[in-house]
Design a protein around this ligand. Structure first.
Ligand SMILES: Cc1cc2nc3c(=O)[nH]c(=O)nc-3n(C[C@H](O)[C@H](O)[C@H](O)COP(=O)(O)O)c2cc1C
Length: 135
């Protein structure tokens, strides 16, 4: 089955609390299961890095809510693609406050997505410098 894959980085709202992060985790675990969406939400180094995989309609529905969510800002989607298979079979939350246990395969996906997110953030920095040079 063809699935859709989307990943983004964003900035947590200043002063975000462990309770708010755990509320995001709870609603995500519930909705994503219902929508057939798997993936990972990493909250680390004052960033969110999220990977969502599943039916396009489910991902679109989630993104509408996520984009409107005041608990973060500066959302940058750095990956959008269709794929023949999921890279993760469940939805996982990894936070500075709450670290789930991951299998070796899941840790590998985590590394890949963090690497891609960092590359995207480096691009933003480069764009900023270009902009500064031009003005
Ligand atoms: C960085 C970030 C990632 C999120 N990821 C998801 C997600 O994967 N699934 C989800 O249902 N909600 C996610 N949310 C929460 C949604 O924006 C929204 O608050 C939630 O779906 C509302 O559901 P509820 O009213 O049932 O709690 C995320 C929020 C943030 C800030």
């Amino acid at each position: 089955m063809t699935i859709y894959r989307l990943a983004f980085v964003s900035r947590p709202a200043p002063g975000i609390t462990a309770a708010e992060i755990s509320a995001i985790g709870e609603s995500s675990a519930r909705h994503n299961l219902e929508l057939g969406v798997t993936g990972m939400l990493i909250h680390e180094f004052n960033r969110f890095i999220a990977l969502l995989e599943g039916p396009l309609a489910g991902i679109e529905q989630l993104m509408v809510a996520i984009i409107a969510d005041g608990r973060h800002s500066g959302i940058r989607i750095f990956l959008q693609q269709s794929a023949e298979a999921r890279s993760l079979s469940r939805w996982i939350m990894w936070s500075d406050f709450d670290r789930m246990t991951m299998s070796a395969g899941e840790l590998e996906v985590r590394e890949e997505i963090v690497r891609a997110a960092l590359a995207s953030l480096a691009e933003i920095d480069a764009e900023r410098h270009d902009g500064a040079a031009a003005s």
